[in-house]
Design a protein around this ligand. Structure first.
Ligand SMILES: Cc1ncc(COP(=O)(O)O)c(C=O)c1O
Length: 375
């Protein structure tokens, strides 16, 4: 192990845990405070201490709320999780099933639904949790070039008669490229070839749409997408995930999805917070508009730099790993915490600074981020 760890170090891809304290839009490390461009707190909820107080004042702490004590299929299925699922289901007009995290959802749903005679076709850039889910599947697997729907159509055309079902898998906002998939075109393609669509909305839930319910809902496509996964650890500043699907699919997952069946249910206190905060998120239109406006401000300032995407995740491509590390260190020396995302997490030569913005930032913070890039 040590020899291999040394090799990682030499290649500039050694990972280590740092002791940090997140404080609203700031992060503290070794006695210094930085603007945090590396959290997924897109609405700035973590800094809304008034909401945390309102939440704690609203719960009955006399009940044992800190742990679920067993799997949902044993005795862990509390009224709290049922209430949350019912609430979400009414919001979207579709059945909802909660998981303990996005990682649990993606590694538990795909292996449960895709069978031996099926094919999964995934965008080249889908998140590691989806890749891990696919690795657990008994079905065949192919990837299409990122957001290249003609490449996807070529694969669908060649394989449509060879498989029982074809699952198309994508993210709506891509976590590392900050760009968006055309869900409308994907729905058209899956309908043309009789497939099924699986969309991960991890970076869109809370941040996108009139009520923050994500891309699919905003574009009126929820009913046309078989599986929509939203995670709760990012804009919702909580933990967990849910999938929107048909009631038959929900029953199937309760019977077959191993990451739902063989794990202790989420702690009730956490589910209560999730329910509380999702209700608030629906009303946070001002924050979503502000997030768009500061995104535009920073993207406009960075014209001429190698930035990609079109969302509140702004990847600034630097190139090789060592250069990217140096760039992040320079930004840090200028008061901004922006973690480098390096090969092998992204393709070689495309190491990047992933700037993720939060609605708690104002234009002065954006200017400070820009200055740290120029420094
Ligand atoms: C696209 C995507 N899906 C799923 C996940 C995993 O979600 P969670 O952090 O809730 O496990 C992530 C996390 O970074 C993600 O970016």
């Amino acid at each position: 192990m040590q020899k291999k760890l040394n090799e990682l170090w030499e290649k500039g891809i050694f990972r280590e845990l740092k002791t940090l304290r997140q404080n609203g839009i700031y992060v503290e490390y070794e006695g210094k405070t930085y603007i945090n461009c590396s959290s997924n707190d897109y609405l700035g909820i973590s800094g809304m201490k008034n909401l945390q107080k309102e939440f704690f004042d609203s719960i009955d702490t006399g009940n044992f709320l800190m742990g679920a004590l067993s799997s949902r299929l044993l005795t862990g299925n509390s009224i709290f999780v049922e209430n949350f699922e019912k609430y979400v289901s009414e919001l979207y007009g579709k059945e909802c099933l909660m998981y303990n995290s996005g990682y649990h959802a993606n590694t538990g749903i795909l292996p449960a639904i895709a069978e031996k005679d099926d094919l999964i076709v995934a965008d080249k850039l889908v998140h590691a949790s989806i890749i891990d889910g696919i690795k657990l599947c008994v079905s065949d697997f192919k990837r299409y070039r990122h957001n290249d729907l003609s490449d996807l159509e070529r694969i669908l055309e060649q394989n449509v008669n060879n498989y029982k079902s074809i699952y198309i898998v994508t993210e709506s906002i891509f976590s590392m490229d900050g760009d968006t998939a055309s869900l409308k075109r994907l729905v058209e393609l899956k309908e043309k070839y009789g497939g099924k669509l699986y969309v991960d909305e991890a970076h869109a839930f809370g941040a996108v749409g009139e009520s923050g319910l994500g891309y699919a809902y905003n574009e009126g496509l929820i009913d046309k997408i078989e599986y929509t996964v939203c995670t709760l650890g990012k804009a919702a500043a909580s933990e967990g995930a849910f999938v929107l699907c048909s009631s038959t699919a929900k029953q199937w997952l309760v019977n077959k999805s191993r990451t739902l069946i063989f794990t202790t249910a989420a702690p009730p206190v956490n589910v209560l917070w999730t329910h509380f905060i999702v209700k608030k998120i629906v009303e946070m239109k001002t924050q979503r508009e502000h997030l768009q406006s500061i995104t535009k401000r920073l993207r406009n300032k960075l014209v001429g730099w190698n930035i990609i995407g079109n969302t509140h995740i702004i990847p600034l491509i630097i190139g090789e790993n060592d250069k990217c590390m140096q760039f992040a260190e320079k930004m840090r020396a200028n008061g901004v915490w922006a973690m480098p995302v390096r090969y092998p997490s992204v393709p070689q030569g495309q190491s990047r600074i992933r700037l993720s913005l939060t609605a708690a930032m104002n234009s002065e913070h954006i200017d400070k981020i820009y200055e740290s890039i120029l420094a």
